[in-house]
Design a protein around this ligand. Structure first.
Ligand code: MIC
Ligand code: SF4
Length: 638
């Protein structure tokens, strides 16, 4: 057996891996962050379960931390009161970024973790099967229900040798992304194995597992070995260690070899993490901004490495440099070893330990800027500046380039490797309710400020649906296009308000048109090209369209988490039988989904009448998914 199946086989509670296309797995741990968490907990609350049934559930606050206006603070209060009541650990705002913190303090080899954030697979770095999903799926898992995944195929990424100085984990995952791209990997688990694994410390493994999200895989996983043991012991958690290695004759569905010694500095060019090129190919490109941090690259190892590049030097006059560490632990270590002073003296702006810039909630670059960033996504406009050209790079490339204001090869002036710390300073004071974990405080009051609205519930699917194609979009539409974050992020707990911004970056009148159609008794449909719904796990990209009367998405292909979210909110995820038929539909056309309910109940095939002729569609749903869609969504189906 390989590592993935060693963990999964102990967690399967529904389905037979040998023959069923979908498996239900038991979830040991959950995590939420504030931007998806408020909805997840409102949904959990409506299930009427008295306390969480997981081993541990943690509610992190790291996304909406700017607090301009009352909305973010309202959300924090609500989340804190929910945590207290239901036995959830609450990580206060300022403690750090959920994935970094979870790795440090809670991630446990051999367990399953489900998180309402697409980068939850970061936990694969510590030997967890960690999966990102929509908030309502996390609510179900907290209530003790299983989570459903397509029965996975496992690809071995065999690592050989060791990385050269100046090259790091980010370059490895960018190399893998260069090979496999951001689509076509649905249903796979990427398992990192081979003799090179032991040369990577846990934070480096986590960086690689983190950006598996950009591949679109179910998750990525590393073995739990001596390196993992040392990391856990250094975190004062030796008791959480279990060894999980692949058997000598472990089988995989596919194999890809990476010679670490041959990996070179890589970058993802605008506007996709799959647009991978070598750093050398852009050497000398003038840079305006450098942002270091995010859940991909904000460990002590990463920021200390940056400090080593900056020691005794100053960043170039024409660049602004921002650094956001992953956790208080990281900041404290940097303060102790003098790195923080180095970074300050070098002219960096030291930011809060939070998502901030990564999600366009801070330090948006200037018009047309070239911004090098160590995070994981460079979708157009995500930085908050539509015209910005964002390149994703390693901390080493970011640091080397900051010194000259041009893209530089970090291998030309490499710094010493940062050894894995023998002991991390542990301070859990900002994790509240650890002592009532799993039990909660019965009768505790939930605090609801005016930003906390109610969760809308869907209606059962009608026999026939007459819909207007309310918008037609192209390929690779991300959840950042559908449901923008940045300045709009504060409305996550208020669906009627947030729904005003659906498709804002593509067409700000979408909301009004949808409501006008609903007023006329018509439903709405979204028509799209390839890879619709890439990126985030935010269920709002399905929930808000549901609120606006969207009943179907018709696309050439739909990404995994988003497809699951559509189903969870009663929106039928159709694909074209013949992708060329997409041309037959224009925005504003009326689409007759006659017999849609029967189609969902049956084999999922439906012929839709359009002005330019018939268009054949299909949707492949499991029995469980059919039940959810027919009921009008997961909440309505319970
Ligand atoms: C992201 O990186 O896009 C986010 C913000 O972390 C999202 C979650 C969200 O939209 O709240 C994600 O990756 O799932
Ligand atoms: Fe936060 Fe960015 Fe990571 Fe999303 S990708 S969790 S916004 S740091």
């Amino acid at each position: 057996m390989n590592v993935a199946w060693k963990i999964l086989s102990r967690h399967v509670v529904e389905g037979d891996p040998a023959k069923d296309p979908e498996l239900g797995i038991h979830i040991d741990q959950t995590l939420t962050q504030d931007a998806t968490g408020t909805m997840a907990y409102l949904q959990f609350e409506s299930m009427g379960v008295p306390r969480v049934k997981t081993d541990v559930s943690v509610s992190y606050v790291d996304h909406n931390t700017v607090q301009i206006g009352y909305e973010n603070a309202d959300d924090h209060d609500f989340l804190q009161s929910i945590a207290r009541k239901y036995g959830i650990v609450y990580s206060k705002c300022g403690n750090g970024i959920c994935h970094q913190l979870h790795l440090e303090r809670y991630g446990k080899p051999g367990t399953t973790l489900l998180g309402s954030d697409s980068h939850t697979p970061t936990g694969g770095g510590i030997g967890q099967i960690a999966i990102g999903a929509g908030g309502i799926d996390i609510a179900v898992a907290m209530a003790g229900g299983p989570f459903h995944i397509p029965t996975p195929k496992v690809r071995a990424i065999v690592l050989r040798n060791r990385l050269r100085r100046g090259v790091s984990a980010k370059d490895v995952i960018l190399t893998v992304l260069g090979k496999y791209g951001t689509k076509g990997n649905v249903g796979w688990i990427f398992e990192y194995t081979g003799p090179g694994v032991k040369t990577l410390d846990v934070p480096s493994r986590a960086t690689i597992a983190n950006m598996g999200a950009e591949l679109g895989v179910t998750t990525s996983v590393f073995p739990s070995d001596a390196v993992t043991r040392r990391f856990l012991a250094a975190q004062g958690r030796a008791g959480d260690f279990v060894e999980i290695l692949p058997d000598r004759d472990a089988r995989y569905d596919d194999t890809f070899e990476v010679d670490l010694a041959k990996v070179v500095p890589m970058m993802a060019a605008p506007h996709s993490p799959g647009n991978v090129v070598t750093v050398r190919s852009r050497k000398g490109l003038k840079v305006n901004q450098i942002m270091i941090g995010s859940c991909t690259n904000s460990s002590y190892r990463d920021i200390r490495t940056v400090a080593l590049y900056f020691k005794g030097r100053h960043v170039a006059d024409d660049v602004e440099v921002g650094i956001a560490c992953g956790s208080r632990q990281v900041v404290n270590m940097l303060a102790k070893d003098g790195s923080l002073a180095i970074l300050e003296s070098a002219g960096c702006r030291i930011l809060e330990n939070a998502c901030g810039f990564c999600i366009g909630a801070h330090m948006s670059p200037r018009t047309g800027a070239v911004s090098l960033r160590t995070n994981n996504r460079n979708f157009e406009g995500r930085s908050g500046t539509k015209s910005a050209q964002v390149y994703l790079v390693s901390p080493e490339t970011a640091a080397a380039s900051a010194l000259t204001g041009k893209v530089e090869l970090p291998t030309e002036r490499p710094v010493a490797a940062v050894p894995a710390p023998k002991k991390f300073p542990v301070d859990d004071a900002m994790f509240l309710y650890r002592s009532t974990k799993g039990r909660g405080v019965r009768g505790a009051k939930i605090v609801r400020g005016p930003n906390i609205a109610t969760v809308p519930k869907g209606r059962p699917l009608d026999a026939d649906v007459r819909a207007v194609c309310a918008i037609k979009v192209g390929d690779k539409i991300t959840t950042d296009h559908i449901m923008p974050a940045g300045a709009r992020l504060k409305y996550r707990s208020n669906i009627p308000e947030y729904a005003k911004y659906v498709f804002e970056p593509c067409d700000p009148t979408f909301h009004d048109r949808c409501l006008a159609n609903v007023e006329k008794g018509l439903a709405n449909a979204i028509v799209a090209g390839e890879s619709y719904g890439q990126g985030s796990s935010r269920e709002h990209a399905a929930l808000c369209p549901m609120y606006l009367g969207v009943k179907a998405v018709v696309a050439k292909s739909i990404e995994r988490i988003h497809r699951a979210n559509l189903i969870n909110f009663g929106i039928v995820p159709f694909t074209f039988e013949n992708p060329a038929d997409c041309e037959k539909i224009a925005q504003g056309d009326t689409l007759e989904f006659r017999g849609i309910r029967a189609a969902v109940e049956g084999d999922g095939r439906l012929v839709v009448k359009t002005a330019k002729g018939d268009v054949a569609l299909k949707t492949t749903l499991s029995d469980r998914e059919k039940h959810v869609v027919l009921s009008g969504g997961l909440l309505a189906s319970l």
